[in-house]
Design a protein around this ligand. Structure first.
Ligand SMILES: N[C@@H](CCC(=O)N[C@@H](CSC=O)C(=O)NCC(=O)O)C(=O)O
Length: 277
């Protein structure tokens, strides 16, 4: 693991690392924010999964997460959204390939060799960061935005003991039924959509609800709302299964980091209340 940049921020430290991933077969980059409390004790940790086209920097630079995490004594881990580099397949479109890993294990060529983002995050990066940093393994949560909101909700529902708390900003909640998800799942998983259910948050919420309350903020002026995000399908699934959720419809807000940063502190509070209960 190699440090590529390090900054003091809000009394804590933001550091960016490269490491060789055996799971993706590439060099992967991620960022860690440690609050000042981490100098003396293990701290709770939130995993933030970003959306299409993003890497570690979007939330750290524009999300308002450093100030919020420092105020609550919480670590933040921001992985990349896909493997990258020469030899890694890509697509001309922004919503497939590099920057668009969809937090799943691809089974189809040419993607399957490198695109293993769920195992990378839940197994390899999990082991690396909990061995390397003062993180309380039993106080971890997960959140994310858009494609990363899909990742956060699906990984929480599949690993509720690991990620005890969950929230999302404008998540893709029913990827099997929206154009972004259908395109990615067809490419990565194949056209037989039986395998898609394991990565679909609405289906997971219906079939294997968790004991946590999932907080979602959704801007009502989000240009992707009606076609891609489909929170009504997720809400119906939660109501049927009993999955606890709080869906906050935010008038006037769009899909951007101006929206995310507005509600970031609410999400940190949601997680910290859940992790300290
Ligand atoms: N710019 C692209 C659209 C990509 C986009 O809007 N990405 C969002 C996430 S969308 C769902 O996962 C994002 O977070 N962008 C980065 C940012 O800093 O805002 C296009 O070509 O239309």
């Amino acid at each position: 693991m190699q440090s590529v940049e390090k900054h003091r921020s809000h009394g804590g430290t933001l550091e960016v690392f490269d490491h060789e991933s055996a799971v993706t077969g590439t060099t992967m980059r991620f960022a860690v924010f440690l609050p000042r409390e981490a100098e003396k004790a293990d701290v709770p940790c939130l995993w933030y999964l970003s959306g299409l086209t993003c890497n570690w920097s979007n939330v750290m630079e524009k999300g308002g997460v450093l100030k919020a995490a420092a105020a609550r004594g919480c670590a933040i881990i921001a992985p990349d959204t896909s493997p990258r580099g020469e030899g890694v397949p890509d697509d001309e479109a922004y919503d497939l390939g590099q920057g668009a890993g969809f937090y799943l294990t691809a089974t189809q060529e040419p993607w399957s060799q490198h695109f293993q983002m769920d195992r990378y995050i839940t197994e390899e990066l999990q082991a690396l960061v909990t061995e390397s940093f003062p993180i309380a393994k039993d106080r971890q949560g997960i959140f994310g935005h858009s494609m990363g909101g899909h990742g956060a909700i699906s990984l929480h529902l599949k690993h509720p003991e690991l990620y005890r708390t969950c929230s999302a900003f404008a998540p893709i909640t029913a990827p099997s039924q929206c154009p972004w998800g259908q395109k990615a799942f067809t490419a990565y998983l194949g056209s037989d959509n039986a395998s898609w259910a394991q990565y679909d948050s609405a289906i997971l919420a219906l079939k294997q609800p968790s004991e946590a309350e999932i907080l979602i903020d959704q801007g009502l002026d989000d240009p992707f709302l009606s076609e891609q995000l489909l929170h009504g399908i997720f809400e119906d699934a939660c109501q049927t299964s009993g999955q606890a959720y709080a869906l906050r419809r935010q008038a006037g807000y769009d899909h951007s980091y101006y929206f995310i940063s507005t509600f970031m502190d609410d999400h940190l509070r949601h997680h910290m209340e859940g992790l300290t209960a």
